[in-house]
Design a protein around this ligand. Structure first.
Ligand code: ZN
Length: 400
């Protein structure tokens, strides 16, 4: 009887083991059946990234987002390093212990501000909408997937990922500082322009100036007794605008422009104002340098008594030869894989790419289909993002 009992227990144990095993196997197969496609992973990473309120000024959210990225990739054999310049945070991830990998994959995680709702990505007709989906958290999603796909083979390549949090306010404490500190590479990749598969071949420079005008107050009924600060400022602004108006006569639609974005002055209608100020945003083509543009503005203000100009931001224009081998490799892969013909474009805005160009590091600025960056309907096409990812991956594996 005891023996029969023993046998029964034994059979019971075997059955349970078998059941547990088969249950685990079925779970395993089940999870295999539900294996996520690259497109699904990109969408999931991107949706998570959008949920962080990473406006440039929100240090806390930026830090949290960087930490989240590290958490996702921690199981892989990678070197993670946090950086901080003037309170602005950055993250570098490298497959080898180096500050000079063969290629830097670069992105900024900071975004311009937007309605609360925009921080919840929404999918509609294969497009993902939300703040930063295109500018430029989609790139970070691609870089994360690349590492995940490489898995434990990451060290067979020499790749770096550079994520900064201050591009929307100029990039001085992110990419600029890192490159100044000696971070470098043979080539860089930065999908912050060159929209819809067009290499950014040229990008305008930026000079932002603040003009201050000092006058002398008097009663509004006796303007000749005073020195009107607003009048002088308006004349100087007019001269600046006219100087750039002349640029329009060129045949191309690519010319330098000026925009008076802010103006303040005066405190009472019946008073001659003794102070006024304005801010001007100048975008210029690569025929000039930032210093030359600033010198022209200063020259204009010198015509007026006590009107002063100081620059609040200077960014060099950028011009790149897209016939270089590293660009051609990418174009070739896009054509080969998806029959996409990569074009080129002149950009009106500036990006962190200029810091790489200043160091003579070729930087590919190109992006998939998307649009409305900085606007409420910012979107990225998820199918195209997956194609973009596959081409980028193939290119990175070739250059690293
Ligand atoms: Zn951007």
């Amino acid at each position: 009887m005891v023996n029969v009992m023993k046998k029964l227990v034994y059979i019971l144990l075997l059955t349970t083991t078998f059941l547990t095993l088969s249950f685990n196997f079925s779970k395993l197969f089940d999870s295999h059946r539900h294996v996520h496609s690259n497109k699904e992973i990109l969408e999931s990473y991107l949706t998570n990234l959008v949920s962080f309120h990473t406006q440039t000024s929100n240090n806390d959210a930026n830090q949290k987002a960087l930490r989240w990225i590290v958490e996702q990739l921690r199981p892989l054999n990678l070197k993670f390093e946090y950086h901080q310049y003037n309170n602005s945070n950055s993250l570098t991830i490298t497959t080898k212990n180096t500050t000079k990998p063969k290629v830097w994959l670069v992105a900024h995680i900071d975004v311009v501000s937007g309605d609360e709702m925009l921080f919840q990505a929404k999918k509609l007709d294969n497009k993902l909408y939300g703040r930063g989906v295109y500018d430029m958290k989609m790139a970070i999603a691609c870089y994360m997937l690349l590492m995940r796909e490489l898995g434990h083979q990451t060290n067979e390549h020499d790749i770096g990922i550079m994520i900064t949090t201050d591009e929307e306010t100029g990039g001085a404490n992110g990419v600029k500082s890192l490159l100044q500190e000696g971070y470098s590479s043979d080539v860089a990749f930065l999908p912050d322009g060159g929209f819809d598969w067009k290499f950014e071949e040229m990008a305008k420079g930026v000079v932002q100036v603040k003009l201050t005008s000092y006058g002398c107050a008097a009663h509004g009924s006796l303007p000749s007794k005073g020195d009107n600060a607003i009048n002088k400022l308006m004349s100087a602004l007019n001269d600046i605008n006219q100087m750039f108006e002349k640029e329009k006569s060129k045949d191309s639609s690519y010319y330098s422009t000026s925009n008076v974005g802010m103006i303040t002055g005066g405190t009472a209608v019946n008073q001659v104002p003794d102070y006024a100020e304005a801010c001007v945003d100048i975008r210029f083509t690569p025929e000039m340098t930032a210093d030359q543009v600033l010198a022209k503005v200063v020259e204009i203000t010198k015509k007026y008594d006590n009107v002063l100009a100081e620059s609040t931001m200077l960014a060099a224009p950028r011009q790149v030869d897209v016939h270089q081998e590293c660009f051609q490799k990418f174009s070739h892969l896009a054509l080969l894989k998806y029959n996409i013909e990569v074009g080129s474009v002149f950009s009106h805005g500036a990006s962190d790419a200029r810091f790489f160009s200043e160091k003579d590091i070729p930087v590919l600025v190109i992006a998939p289909k998307g649009g409305q960056h900085h606007a409420d309907k910012e979107w990225v096409d998820l199918d195209d993002l997956e194609r973009f990812y596959e081409v980028m991956k193939a290119w990175v594996l070739e250059v690293s």
